[in-house]
Design a protein around this ligand. Structure first.
Ligand code: DHB
Ligand code: MG
Length: 221
């Protein structure tokens, strides 16, 4: 089955998701990060960019940079007057990302902030930065509930919050799971459900990255 998903991703990406050299190089450089296979797929990168453009996003916050592949999609989506802030735990990954952002011609509109994402996001809160239009949560999965709380301090009514990897090959539906990443998914979705400021759904995805999904959350007020 996964073979078929891969073939369909390849077909769709060849047809619909042209990748220039900078995107291709960023994908390849993922091999030099601490998590070689975690970047979003090309089709997913295009999806995130379309979402940012549809939302008219000018300010995007990303938690989890790695090689900066999704960062490039967001940076291009916000345009030359937009701004992307991306939070990365590892200096070595951030160095790879900066090279990729430079090659993609978007380094001047991206801030790569090194350190634990929760601490970096809290610093943005403390600094009173302008609200973000879209927050993409794609860092360590057990911390997702904490990342949602921080995202709510860094957004405004109308902002979107997208959480990657919440389906986890279906494990999200396993109420008995003791996998901390699954617990992170289940907790963050329960928190979203219980918050009357938020409207949300989860779109399951298949493709080159197997079976997973994005939580799409809109802050109503
Ligand atoms: C993993 C993390 C990701 O963000 C992803 O998209 C895929 C896999 C991981 O933790 O392995
Ligand atoms: Mg991810």
């Amino acid at each position: 089955m996964e073979h078929t998903w891969d073939d369909v991703d390849t077909y769709l990406e060849d047809l619909l998701v042209p990748q220039d050299e900078a995107l291709a190089a960023a994908r390849e450089s993922s091999a030099r990060t601490t998590m070689p296979h975690a970047a979003v797929s090309p089709a997913q990168g295009r999806f995130l960019a379309l979402l940012a453009q549809a939302a008219g996003a000018r300010r995007v916050l990303e938690l989890g940079t790695l090689a900066g592949y999704s960062t490039i999609w967001f940076a291009r989506a916000v345009g030359p007057d937009g701004r992307v802030t991306t939070l990365e735990l590892e200096e070595a990954n951030a160095a790879v990302a900066r090279e990729n952002l430079e090659r993609a011609g978007v380094a001047d509109r991206v801030d790569v902030v090194v350190g634990p994402a929760a601490a970096s996001a809290q610093r943005l809160v403390d600094d009173g930065v302008e609200a973000f239009d879209l927050v993409f949560v794609d860092a360590d999965k057990p911390s997702n509930p904490q990342y949602l709380r921080l995202a709510l301090e860094l957004t405004r009514p109308g902002s979107l919050i997208v959480v990657d990897n919440v389906v986890r090959a279906g494990a999200v539906a396993d109420a008995g799971s003791d996998d901390p990443r699954v617990l992170g998914s289940r907790r963050v979705l329960a928190d979203v459900a219980a918050d009357d400021r938020l409207e949300a759904t989860v779109l399951q995805t298949v493709g080159g990255k197997g079976w997973d999904g994005f939580a799409l959350v809109r802050r109503v007020r």
